[in-house]
Design a protein around this ligand. Sequence first.
Ligand code: HEC
Ligand code: HEC
Length: 217
Amino acid sequence: MKSSAVSSLLRAAAHAGAGLVLSGLLPGVVLAATPAAAFKPDPAKGQQLAAPCMACHLADGNRGSPANPILAGQHPEYIVKQLTEYKSGKRKNAIMQGMAAPLSTEDMRHIAAFYASKQAKPGFARNKDTVLLGEQIYRGGIAGRQVPACAGCHAPNGAGIPAQYPRLSGQHAEYTEAQMLAFRSGARGNNVQMSTIASRMTDAEIKAVSDYIAGLR
Ligand code: HEC
Ligand code: HEC
């Protein structure tokens, strides 16, 4: 429909002998990039803005209660994406929606720069009976069920691949497990890839890989 609209525009333009002028009206050709005012995320500013976050995410985004994700060392683009989606309701969480609501995109970028600048403290896998299964899934996926290796997107050491693929290593197993279950049930609906992957995994597989990830470094 779009292309037929474009071609009828072009036909009209050719007819009017005004092709050069009209080409400026076509979608995608219209806007020369308006130079954005130089913006530089400032971790110090981010630290001030993160004051209300510290009750749950601690002073530097590190290991607090297992329900609250570790943010230290996370890629800034991923943090900004999550805050934007909590604010819009695309990722649903009542607490985080309230926390993100007052933040502008610039605030989010400052905060993300702050947490990204912090070093994550290492964690540990706790269940030695499932570590091997967790490792197999993380490194090799699940053959026959089209579950790809987590390492393919989140990197062999769990550091993720900026900007799209978040860091997972050292994350609380409880949080990782809860997110996998939420992707699977649709309660977290902000990423199709992860929902598809989680939908092919059993509870036991999710638990095993989550525990393994907690000890990755
Ligand atoms: C009352 C506790 C609490 C406070 C205060 C809080 N958070 Fe959270 N935060 C959570 C919980 C719980 C989650 C996980 C929610 C979910 O399951 O989606 C979360 C998730 C996040 C995530 C997603 C992390 C990920 O790995 O996907 C980001 C980013 C985040 N919070 C940033 C912030 C920022 C920035 C603030 C302050 C403006 C803040 N939080 C304040 C409890 C809190
Ligand atoms: C094809 C690439 C890909 C593969 C393979 C993949 N992931 Fe992901 N994963 C993503 C992307 C992209 C996101 C970010 C989603 C978003 O933007 O909200 C993500 C997010 C996550 C999160 C949420 C992190 C957080 O802080 O909330 C968890 C947990 C996760 N993945 C676990 C896994 C596990 C476990 C596996 C292997 C079974 C896996 N992923 C395989 C692409 C992938």
